[in-house]
Design a protein around this ligand. Structure first.
Ligand SMILES: [Zn+2]
Ligand SMILES: [Zn+2]
Length: 259
């Protein structure tokens, strides 16, 4: 299983990175894209054919989903549109409606995505098994609610050969994420700010909290992501390193790692 960072800028696109988006590749399986914030579709085109990708959304904040309407345009009207069929799109409850509103042409309208996407939701289907060319399960995904203002999920992805990637989505420090990440080979974890006094509760993690999560979950490697342009990246990394003594990487566009 390979993880490629498409975009990692927290909360908004930044001067050197799109907002959140990550490509997961497993042998024999269509590409999987986790989150699709502004700019991610462009970055995705450097790596795979976007039309084939399965899309998993952690939550519906703009910085995690607003390139899905652009992917819909590509799938509906692009050169490969005829006979393109539908690809899976999995997200929080209301995903079809919210993306449909973003894609609509008139006030009050909701675009019907069902010609291009087969939409399902984590609240109804918290576990998804994706079968590869040989009909074996190539990737198993489990979603758990995490602590963030809208309905938000962390993800645990396990490949057919037993490698595990855990993704925090956006979340405050919470036991649900530790449980989701237990023993993961790689934890892709948000760290949106430094551990200052007066941080608002229930929204994001500091570098210290990301490091503590990695230590408690005993993960192999920690990849810090979703750091906004206005936050000191190296300060976040130093905070995490004070809590977790395993390998720590800062996400950057096109970073590709074997999980
Ligand atoms: Zn975000
Ligand atoms: Zn968010």
């Amino acid at each position: 299983m390979f993880l490629t960072v498409l975009g990692c800028s927290g909360s908004i696109g930044g001067p050197t990175s799109p907002a959140s988006g990550y490509l997961v590749e497993v042998d024999g399986l269509a590409p999987v894209v986790i989150d699709m914030g502004p700019g991610v579709l462009g970055a995705l085109q450097r790596h795979v054919a976007p039309e084939d990708a399965t899309i998993l959304l952690s939550h519906l904040h703009a910085d995690h989903c607003l390139d899905v309407p652009s992917l819909l345009v590509l799938r509906r009207f692009g050169p490969g549109a005829r006979g393109a069929g539908r690809v899976p799109l999995v997200g929080p409850s209301g995903t079809a409606y919210r993306i449909g509103v973003a894609s609509a042409e008139e006030p009050g309208a909701v675009d019907d995505l069902s010609d291009t996407f087969d939409v399902s939701t984590w609240d109804v289907t918290p576990e998804v098994a994706m079968r590869g060319d040989d009909d074996e399960v190539a990737l198993h995904v489990r979603a758990e609610r995490v602590e963030h203002p809208p309905e938000s999920y962390g993800l645990r992805l396990e490949s057919g050969d037993g490698r595990v990637l855990a993704y925090s989505g956006d979340t405050a420090y919470c036991d649900a994420l530790v449980e989701l990440a237990v023993g993961a080979d790689v934890l892709l974890c948000e760290a949106s700010w430094t551990h200052e006094e007066g941080r608002p509760p229930g929204i994001h993690m500091s570098g210290s909290e990301a490091g503590l999560t990695a230590r408690r979950a005993a993960v192999g490697r920690l990849v810090l992501t979703h750091i906004p342009p206005w936050t000191d990246h190296e300060a976040v990394r130093a905070e995490a390193a004070a809590e977790f003594d395993g390998e720590i990487l800062l996400a950057e566009p096109d970073l590709r790692i074997a999980v």
